[in-house]
Design a protein around this ligand. Structure first.
Ligand code: HEM
Length: 346
């Protein structure tokens, strides 16, 4: 079967795709940093819980429900932009894996509720209950992340969609894609690093050296590991796409070079316990990686589709409305976070 015959017809969009791609990159990076803190923070809490508990674990667990709420909210804009640009690919992959995909909503609810429960019942829960609960939360978050990786890679592989004819009930995952696991691990190991950095940032704000030490231990070890995982991810890509980062495309190759230098800078800043420097480089690196990931998606889809092929109807009012809501949303969230910090409940 010719894979392109399975792709639904192209649709119209309201504004030039470059706008949607730009906002996709900006908002996805925000989602990613928050997701990293939520997943990494949960691993750190679980780790400390299993090794006897600590003040880091107790206090960090109080921040996680709010962070997860922000992860979910920050996930909505990129979801809408992905659907707007890549509708015929992303809706199809979501339908092919529908059962696992919908189960992610249930997992998210369990994880979210579990985080609240873990924090507010911390004292009254027995040790075994506390450990069981935080492990359950961790599994739900890992599940959601894995489903996102599956969906975001299955949408790029129309050549895998024909499996539908043998398995039409929404139980398809992209497991026979060699890049899936290293890609997923790259995100999850990054979470350990960013979660650790978040602990170090808290330490800096509270002038608590214990926090800074603990946070940077996670940060440095995870970054070293993730440099290897990132390289393994690159090697797992189809040869043509891998070569894009090795000289075939100048921008992709330069970004890859920045990524390598950035990783070394992160490890150095982490070893020197430089909270501000490490935080700034991390944000830059997240954007570099997100742009590389976007270029990779375009390269995967190039045989079938380019965003420039979309028919633009030039109805910019919806984009203006989005921008106005975005500004109001950011102001409202900042205000609420400020109130929360003032009340001492964060
Ligand atoms: C605990 C919750 C979550 C975790 C652990 C998580 C994790 C991830 C990961 C690992 C990816 C990258 C997948 C890949 O490219 O291989 C991702 C992408 C994405 N996530 Fe989340 N996510 C969570 C919640 C959400 C929610 C609730 C939404 C939507 C409301 C969302 C929206 C997205 C979107 C749209 C992308 C892809 C963006 C793009 O392809 O440019 N996420 N997420």
């Amino acid at each position: 079967m010719i894979p392109s015959s399975l792709i639904p017809a192209i649709h119209n969009i309201a504004v030039a795709p470059i706008w949607l791609e730009t906002f996709l990159i900006i908002t996805f990076a925000i989602h990613l940093v928050l997701m990293n803190i939520a997943v990494g923070g949960t691993v750190i809490v679980a780790w400390h819980s299993f090794s006897g508990g600590s003040k880091v674990s107790r206090e960090l667990s109080g921040k996680l429900p709010t962070i997860l709420a922000l992860v979910i909210n920050a996930g909505v804009p990129p979801l809408l932009f992905v659907k707007a640009i890549y509708a015929q690919f992303n809706y199809t992959s979501s339908v092919l894996m529908a059962v696992y995909w919908l189960a992610a909503i249930v997992a998210l609810l369990v994880g979210y509720y579990g985080l609240y429960w873990h924090y507010y019942r911390y004292e009254s829960l027995k040790d075994v209950g506390r450990k069981g609960l935080i492990l359950t939360v961790l599994c739900t978050l890992l599940y959601v992340g894995f489903m996102l990786s599956n969906n975001m890679t299955l949408m790029l592989r129309p050549d895998h969609w024909a499996e539908y004819f043998d398995n039409p009930h929404g139980f398809i995952l992209n497991l026979n894609d060699a890049a899936l696991l290293p890609r997923y691990l790259h995100f999850m190991v990054a979470s350990l690093a960013v979660g650790g950095l978040f602990v170090a940032v808290l330490g800096k704000m509270k002038s608590d050296q214990d926090y800074i030490e603990t946070g940077f231990k996670w940060f440095v070890r995870a970054t070293v590991l993730n440099t290897a995982v990132g390289l393994a991810f690159m090697m797992s890509l189809p040869r043509d796409l891998m070569l894009m980062f090795m000289g075939k495309d100048m921008l992709a190759t330069s970004l890859f070079g920045v990524g390598i230098v950035g990783a070394a800078a992160l490890i150095y800043a982490g070893m020197k316990r430089k909270v501000v420097t490490a935080s700034i480089i991390t944000v830059v690196m997240v954007y570099v990686m997100v742009i590389m990931r976007h270029m990779l998606r375009q390269a995967y889809l190039e045989p079938y589709f380019k965003p420039e092929d979309l028919i633009v109807t030039n109805q910019y009012s919806s984009l203006y409305l989005f921008l106005i809501s975005l500004v109001i949303g950011i102001i409202a969230i900042t205000y609420m976070l400020k109130l929360m910090c003032k009340s001492g409940r964060s």
